[in-house]
Design a protein around this ligand. Structure first.
Ligand code: SF4
Length: 360
Protein backbone atom coordinates (compact mmCIF):
# COMPACT_ATOMS: atom_id res chain seq x y z
CA UNK A 1 0.00 0.00 0.00
CA UNK A 2 1.38 3.46 -0.87
CA UNK A 3 1.67 6.15 1.78
CA UNK A 4 -1.23 8.06 0.20
CA UNK A 5 -3.43 4.94 0.28
CA UNK A 6 -2.48 4.32 3.91
CA UNK A 7 -3.42 7.90 4.82
CA UNK A 8 -6.74 7.65 2.98
CA UNK A 9 -7.56 4.41 4.78
CA UNK A 10 -6.64 5.94 8.15
CA UNK A 11 -8.83 8.98 7.39
CA UNK A 12 -11.77 6.78 6.37
CA UNK A 13 -11.35 4.76 9.54
CA UNK A 14 -11.36 7.88 11.74
CA UNK A 15 -14.39 9.33 9.94
CA UNK A 16 -16.29 6.07 10.47
CA UNK A 17 -15.43 6.00 14.17
CA UNK A 18 -16.44 9.66 14.60
CA UNK A 19 -19.78 8.88 12.92
CA UNK A 20 -20.34 5.92 15.26
CA UNK A 21 -19.49 7.88 18.40
CA UNK A 22 -21.61 10.97 17.82
CA UNK A 23 -25.38 10.60 18.19
CA UNK A 24 -26.42 14.27 18.27
CA UNK A 25 -25.38 17.50 16.52
CA UNK A 26 -22.13 18.84 17.98
CA UNK A 27 -20.03 21.95 17.32
CA UNK A 28 -16.29 21.87 17.74
CA UNK A 29 -14.26 25.06 17.44
CA UNK A 30 -10.83 25.17 15.86
CA UNK A 31 -9.14 27.99 17.71
CA UNK A 32 -6.18 28.41 15.39
CA UNK A 33 -6.21 30.08 11.96
CA UNK A 34 -3.69 27.55 10.63
CA UNK A 35 -6.20 24.81 11.50
CA UNK A 36 -8.89 26.73 9.64
CA UNK A 37 -6.78 26.80 6.48
CA UNK A 38 -5.84 23.13 6.78
CA UNK A 39 -9.47 22.10 7.37
CA UNK A 40 -10.62 23.99 4.27
CA UNK A 41 -7.73 22.86 2.11
CA UNK A 42 -8.27 19.19 2.93
CA UNK A 43 -12.08 19.33 2.65
CA UNK A 44 -12.55 17.98 6.20
CA UNK A 45 -15.77 19.94 6.75
CA UNK A 46 -17.46 18.15 3.87
CA UNK A 47 -16.04 14.74 4.85
CA UNK A 48 -17.26 14.85 8.44
CA UNK A 49 -20.77 13.58 9.19
CA UNK A 50 -23.31 16.41 9.02
CA UNK A 51 -23.93 16.16 12.77
CA UNK A 52 -20.33 17.34 13.40
CA UNK A 53 -19.87 21.03 12.69
CA UNK A 54 -16.48 22.73 12.80
CA UNK A 55 -16.53 26.46 13.50
CA UNK A 56 -13.57 28.82 13.35
CA UNK A 57 -12.48 30.78 16.40
CA UNK A 58 -10.40 33.85 17.18
CA UNK A 59 -6.99 32.33 16.35
CA UNK A 60 -5.94 34.55 13.47
CA UNK A 61 -3.74 37.33 14.92
CA UNK A 62 -4.33 39.79 12.11
CA UNK A 63 -8.10 39.25 12.36
CA UNK A 64 -8.33 40.06 16.07
CA UNK A 65 -6.27 43.25 15.75
CA UNK A 66 -8.77 46.10 16.12
CA UNK A 67 -8.98 49.32 14.12
CA UNK A 68 -7.59 51.22 17.08
CA UNK A 69 -4.21 49.49 16.60
CA UNK A 70 -4.24 49.98 12.83
CA UNK A 71 -5.05 53.68 13.26
CA UNK A 72 -2.12 54.04 15.65
CA UNK A 73 0.21 52.29 13.17
CA UNK A 74 -1.06 54.62 10.43
CA UNK A 75 -0.43 57.65 12.66
CA UNK A 76 3.20 56.52 13.11
CA UNK A 77 3.52 55.85 9.37
CA UNK A 78 2.62 59.51 8.73
CA UNK A 79 5.76 60.73 10.55
CA UNK A 80 8.54 61.68 8.15
CA UNK A 81 11.34 60.30 10.34
CA UNK A 82 9.70 56.91 10.94
CA UNK A 83 10.05 53.66 9.00
CA UNK A 84 7.34 51.11 9.72
CA UNK A 85 8.50 47.48 9.61
CA UNK A 86 5.69 44.95 9.47
CA UNK A 87 4.60 41.49 8.39
CA UNK A 88 3.00 41.75 4.93
CA UNK A 89 -0.54 40.85 6.02
CA UNK A 90 -0.89 44.02 8.04
CA UNK A 91 -0.66 46.28 4.99
CA UNK A 92 -4.13 45.42 3.75
CA UNK A 93 -5.95 45.53 7.10
CA UNK A 94 -8.35 48.45 6.98
CA UNK A 95 -8.14 51.06 9.72
CA UNK A 96 -10.96 53.52 10.35
CA UNK A 97 -10.37 55.60 7.23
CA UNK A 98 -7.13 54.36 5.70
CA UNK A 99 -4.70 51.45 5.63
CA UNK A 100 -0.95 50.99 5.66
CA UNK A 101 -1.19 50.06 1.98
CA UNK A 102 -2.75 53.43 1.19
CA UNK A 103 -0.10 55.16 3.29
CA UNK A 104 2.66 53.32 1.40
CA UNK A 105 1.16 54.36 -1.92
CA UNK A 106 1.08 57.93 -0.61
CA UNK A 107 4.83 57.75 0.07
CA UNK A 108 5.18 56.52 3.67
CA UNK A 109 8.25 54.36 4.28
CA UNK A 110 6.68 51.02 5.14
CA UNK A 111 8.78 47.88 4.75
CA UNK A 112 7.69 44.25 4.83
CA UNK A 113 9.77 42.05 7.10
CA UNK A 114 9.66 38.33 7.88
CA UNK A 115 11.00 38.62 11.41
CA UNK A 116 11.45 41.35 14.03
CA UNK A 117 15.19 40.74 13.60
CA UNK A 118 14.85 42.14 10.05
CA UNK A 119 13.35 45.28 11.59
CA UNK A 120 16.29 45.55 13.98
CA UNK A 121 18.66 45.33 11.01
CA UNK A 122 16.78 48.19 9.33
CA UNK A 123 17.40 50.19 12.51
CA UNK A 124 21.14 49.45 12.36
CA UNK A 125 21.22 50.42 8.67
CA UNK A 126 19.27 53.66 9.14
CA UNK A 127 20.60 55.42 12.27
CA UNK A 128 18.97 58.73 11.29
CA UNK A 129 15.49 57.14 11.21
CA UNK A 130 13.23 55.67 13.87
CA UNK A 131 12.07 52.14 13.11
CA UNK A 132 8.69 51.01 14.45
CA UNK A 133 8.06 47.26 14.28
CA UNK A 134 4.41 46.19 14.43
CA UNK A 135 4.50 43.41 17.03
CA UNK A 136 1.33 41.47 16.30
CA UNK A 137 0.70 37.80 17.02
CA UNK A 138 0.12 35.24 19.71
CA UNK A 139 2.48 33.23 21.92
CA UNK A 140 4.15 31.90 18.78
CA UNK A 141 5.57 35.23 17.61
CA UNK A 142 5.93 36.99 20.97
CA UNK A 143 9.16 35.18 21.97
CA UNK A 144 10.99 36.44 18.89
CA UNK A 145 9.74 39.99 19.46
CA UNK A 146 10.97 39.69 23.05
CA UNK A 147 14.34 38.32 21.97
CA UNK A 148 14.70 41.16 19.43
CA UNK A 149 13.95 43.78 22.09
CA UNK A 150 16.57 42.13 24.32
CA UNK A 151 19.06 42.16 21.43
CA UNK A 152 18.36 45.87 20.86
CA UNK A 153 19.02 46.42 24.57
CA UNK A 154 22.27 44.45 24.49
CA UNK A 155 23.51 46.55 21.55
CA UNK A 156 22.09 49.74 23.03
CA UNK A 157 20.25 50.52 19.81
CA UNK A 158 18.31 53.74 20.26
CA UNK A 159 16.23 53.99 17.08
CA UNK A 160 14.26 50.73 17.29
CA UNK A 161 10.73 50.63 18.73
CA UNK A 162 7.84 48.18 18.92
CA UNK A 163 4.11 48.84 18.74
CA UNK A 164 3.28 45.79 20.81
CA UNK A 165 -0.02 43.93 20.43
CA UNK A 166 0.92 40.35 21.22
CA UNK A 167 -1.86 38.38 22.86
CA UNK A 168 -2.51 35.29 24.98
CA UNK A 169 -4.78 32.84 23.17
CA UNK A 170 -6.13 31.09 26.25
CA UNK A 171 -7.72 34.32 27.49
CA UNK A 172 -9.78 34.58 24.30
CA UNK A 173 -11.03 31.04 24.86
CA UNK A 174 -12.12 31.96 28.36
CA UNK A 175 -13.95 35.03 27.00
CA UNK A 176 -15.81 32.77 24.56
CA UNK A 177 -16.66 30.29 27.29
CA UNK A 178 -18.11 33.11 29.39
CA UNK A 179 -20.35 34.22 26.51
CA UNK A 180 -23.71 32.51 26.87
CA UNK A 181 -24.51 33.03 23.16
CA UNK A 182 -21.63 30.85 22.07
CA UNK A 183 -22.42 27.15 21.97
CA UNK A 184 -19.39 24.93 21.52
CA UNK A 185 -19.08 21.29 22.58
CA UNK A 186 -15.29 21.07 22.44
CA UNK A 187 -12.12 22.75 21.24
CA UNK A 188 -9.27 21.87 18.92
CA UNK A 189 -6.44 23.61 20.75
CA UNK A 190 -3.76 25.44 18.75
CA UNK A 191 -0.74 23.15 18.31
CA UNK A 192 1.72 25.94 17.49
CA UNK A 193 0.73 27.96 20.56
CA UNK A 194 0.95 24.88 22.81
CA UNK A 195 4.49 24.23 21.54
CA UNK A 196 5.39 27.43 23.40
CA UNK A 197 2.98 27.36 26.35
CA UNK A 198 2.46 23.64 26.94
CA UNK A 199 -1.00 22.34 27.80
CA UNK A 200 -1.37 23.82 31.29
CA UNK A 201 -2.65 27.31 30.30
CA UNK A 202 -5.69 25.60 28.71
CA UNK A 203 -6.50 23.35 31.69
CA UNK A 204 -9.34 25.67 32.75
CA UNK A 205 -11.34 24.66 29.65
CA UNK A 206 -11.91 21.23 31.15
CA UNK A 207 -11.55 21.99 34.86
CA UNK A 208 -13.68 25.13 35.13
CA UNK A 209 -15.95 24.96 32.07
CA UNK A 210 -16.23 21.16 31.73
CA UNK A 211 -15.52 21.19 27.98
CA UNK A 212 -13.33 18.68 26.18
CA UNK A 213 -10.25 20.00 24.42
CA UNK A 214 -7.55 18.35 22.34
CA UNK A 215 -4.21 19.81 21.23
CA UNK A 216 -4.14 19.23 17.49
CA UNK A 217 -1.48 19.14 14.80
CA UNK A 218 -1.98 20.56 11.35
CA UNK A 219 -2.24 17.89 8.70
CA UNK A 220 -5.59 16.33 7.84
CA UNK A 221 -4.97 13.14 9.82
CA UNK A 222 -3.82 15.14 12.87
CA UNK A 223 -7.06 17.12 12.78
CA UNK A 224 -9.27 14.07 12.23
CA UNK A 225 -7.51 12.28 15.09
CA UNK A 226 -8.21 15.28 17.36
CA UNK A 227 -11.87 15.41 16.28
CA UNK A 228 -12.12 11.69 17.00
CA UNK A 229 -10.68 12.24 20.51
CA UNK A 230 -13.18 15.05 21.09
CA UNK A 231 -16.01 12.82 19.87
CA UNK A 232 -14.91 10.10 22.30
CA UNK A 233 -14.95 12.54 25.20
CA UNK A 234 -18.41 13.78 24.20
CA UNK A 235 -19.68 10.21 23.96
CA UNK A 236 -18.22 9.33 27.38
CA UNK A 237 -19.40 12.65 28.90
CA UNK A 238 -15.82 13.52 29.81
CA UNK A 239 -14.03 16.86 29.91
CA UNK A 240 -10.27 16.72 29.84
CA UNK A 241 -7.31 18.18 27.98
CA UNK A 242 -5.69 15.66 25.67
CA UNK A 243 -2.70 15.99 23.39
CA UNK A 244 -2.93 14.57 19.87
CA UNK A 245 0.27 16.35 18.84
CA UNK A 246 2.72 14.80 21.29
CA UNK A 247 5.45 14.49 18.67
CA UNK A 248 5.80 18.28 18.84
CA UNK A 249 4.01 19.61 21.94
CA UNK A 250 5.58 18.87 25.29
CA UNK A 251 3.57 19.29 28.49
CA UNK A 252 5.91 22.02 29.78
CA UNK A 253 6.12 23.91 26.45
CA UNK A 254 9.26 25.77 25.43
CA UNK A 255 10.90 27.06 28.60
CA UNK A 256 13.34 29.41 26.83
CA UNK A 257 10.58 31.03 24.76
CA UNK A 258 8.42 31.46 27.88
CA UNK A 259 11.33 33.03 29.75
CA UNK A 260 11.87 35.53 26.90
CA UNK A 261 8.22 36.59 27.05
CA UNK A 262 8.38 36.92 30.82
CA UNK A 263 11.60 38.97 30.69
CA UNK A 264 10.19 41.61 28.34
CA UNK A 265 6.40 41.73 28.62
CA UNK A 266 3.89 42.44 31.37
CA UNK A 267 0.26 41.36 31.09
CA UNK A 268 -2.13 44.06 29.82
CA UNK A 269 -5.80 44.41 28.96
CA UNK A 270 -6.13 45.14 25.25
CA UNK A 271 -9.13 45.15 22.99
CA UNK A 272 -9.72 42.26 20.56
CA UNK A 273 -11.77 42.68 17.42
CA UNK A 274 -15.13 41.12 18.14
CA UNK A 275 -14.35 40.18 21.71
CA UNK A 276 -13.72 43.63 23.20
CA UNK A 277 -11.40 44.13 26.14
CA UNK A 278 -10.19 40.90 27.72
CA UNK A 279 -8.46 41.25 31.10
CA UNK A 280 -4.77 40.29 31.12
CA UNK A 281 -4.94 39.02 27.54
CA UNK A 282 -2.18 41.21 26.13
CA UNK A 283 1.57 41.65 26.38
CA UNK A 284 2.87 45.16 26.93
CA UNK A 285 6.56 46.00 27.10
CA UNK A 286 7.65 46.19 30.74
CA UNK A 287 9.42 49.09 32.48
CA UNK A 288 12.87 47.56 32.02
CA UNK A 289 12.49 47.73 28.23
CA UNK A 290 10.20 50.78 28.01
CA UNK A 291 12.84 52.51 25.91
CA UNK A 292 11.60 50.27 23.07
CA UNK A 293 7.89 50.85 23.65
CA UNK A 294 6.89 53.28 20.92
CA UNK A 295 3.73 54.30 22.80
CA UNK A 296 5.89 55.53 25.68
CA UNK A 297 8.61 57.10 23.53
CA UNK A 298 6.94 58.78 20.55
CA UNK A 299 3.64 60.62 20.96
CA UNK A 300 1.42 60.91 17.90
CA UNK A 301 -2.19 61.90 17.34
CA UNK A 302 -4.43 59.31 15.76
CA UNK A 303 -7.96 59.62 14.50
CA UNK A 304 -10.90 58.50 16.65
CA UNK A 305 -11.26 54.81 15.81
CA UNK A 306 -14.51 53.25 14.63
CA UNK A 307 -15.18 49.72 13.44
CA UNK A 308 -16.89 49.25 10.06
CA UNK A 309 -20.52 48.55 11.07
CA UNK A 310 -21.16 46.50 7.92
CA UNK A 311 -18.35 44.03 8.69
CA UNK A 312 -19.41 41.01 10.80
CA UNK A 313 -15.82 39.93 11.45
CA UNK A 314 -16.39 40.09 15.22
CA UNK A 315 -19.24 37.58 15.08
CA UNK A 316 -17.29 35.40 12.63
CA UNK A 317 -14.40 35.28 15.11
CA UNK A 318 -16.78 34.10 17.84
CA UNK A 319 -18.31 31.40 15.63
CA UNK A 320 -21.68 33.17 15.77
CA UNK A 321 -21.81 33.92 12.05
CA UNK A 322 -20.39 32.42 8.90
CA UNK A 323 -18.78 34.64 6.28
CA UNK A 324 -21.73 34.01 3.92
CA UNK A 325 -23.96 35.67 6.54
CA UNK A 326 -22.08 38.91 5.87
CA UNK A 327 -23.72 41.01 3.14
CA UNK A 328 -20.30 42.21 1.95
CA UNK A 329 -18.80 38.72 1.48
CA UNK A 330 -17.55 38.27 -2.10
CA UNK A 331 -19.59 41.25 -3.30
CA UNK A 332 -17.65 44.14 -1.81
CA UNK A 333 -15.17 42.31 0.41
CA UNK A 334 -12.55 40.21 -1.40
CA UNK A 335 -8.90 39.34 -0.65
CA UNK A 336 -7.81 42.01 -3.16
CA UNK A 337 -10.06 44.64 -1.58
CA UNK A 338 -10.84 43.50 1.96
CA UNK A 339 -13.45 45.40 3.92
CA UNK A 340 -12.54 43.62 7.13
CA UNK A 341 -9.54 41.96 8.76
CA UNK A 342 -10.95 38.40 8.45
CA UNK A 343 -10.61 38.67 4.66
CA UNK A 344 -6.99 39.87 4.78
CA UNK A 345 -4.92 37.10 6.30
CA UNK A 346 -4.66 33.70 4.63
CA UNK A 347 -5.58 32.39 8.10
CA UNK A 348 -8.74 34.50 8.26
CA UNK A 349 -12.05 32.65 8.11
CA UNK A 350 -13.51 34.90 5.42
CA UNK A 351 -10.37 34.49 3.33
CA UNK A 352 -10.56 30.69 3.69
CA UNK A 353 -14.24 30.63 2.70
CA UNK A 354 -13.44 32.84 -0.29
CA UNK A 355 -10.50 30.75 -1.42
CA UNK A 356 -11.67 27.20 -0.77
CA UNK A 357 -15.44 27.43 -1.07
CA UNK A 358 -18.08 27.55 1.57
CA UNK A 359 -18.00 24.10 3.13
CA UNK A 360 -20.85 23.70 5.58
FE1 SF4 B 1 -15.85 41.48 7.42
FE2 SF4 B 1 -15.35 40.97 4.85
FE3 SF4 B 1 -15.69 38.96 6.48
FE4 SF4 B 1 -17.75 40.50 5.84
S1 SF4 B 1 -16.62 39.16 4.46
S2 SF4 B 1 -17.22 39.75 7.90
S3 SF4 B 1 -16.76 42.51 5.64
S4 SF4 B 1 -14.04 40.48 6.58
Amino acid sequence: MTKAEESRKAAENLLKKIDELIDRPVRFMEVCGTHTVSIFRSGIRQLLPEKVELVSGPGCPVCVTPNDYMDMAIAYAKQKDIIIATFGDMLKVPGTSSSLNAMKTAGADIRIVYSPLDALQIARDNPAKKIVFLGVGFETTAPLSAATIQAAGNENINNFFVLAAHKWTNTALEALLNDKDIKVDGFLLPGHVCVITGEEPFAFVAEKYKKPAVVAGFDALDILQAVYMLAKQVKNKEAKIENAYKRVVKAEGNIIAKQAIEAVFDKSTPSWRGLGEIPLSGMQINDKYSKYDVLKQIAVEKEVSKENPACCCGDVLKGLKKPIDCPLFKKICTPDKPAGACMVSVEGTCHAWYKYGQGR
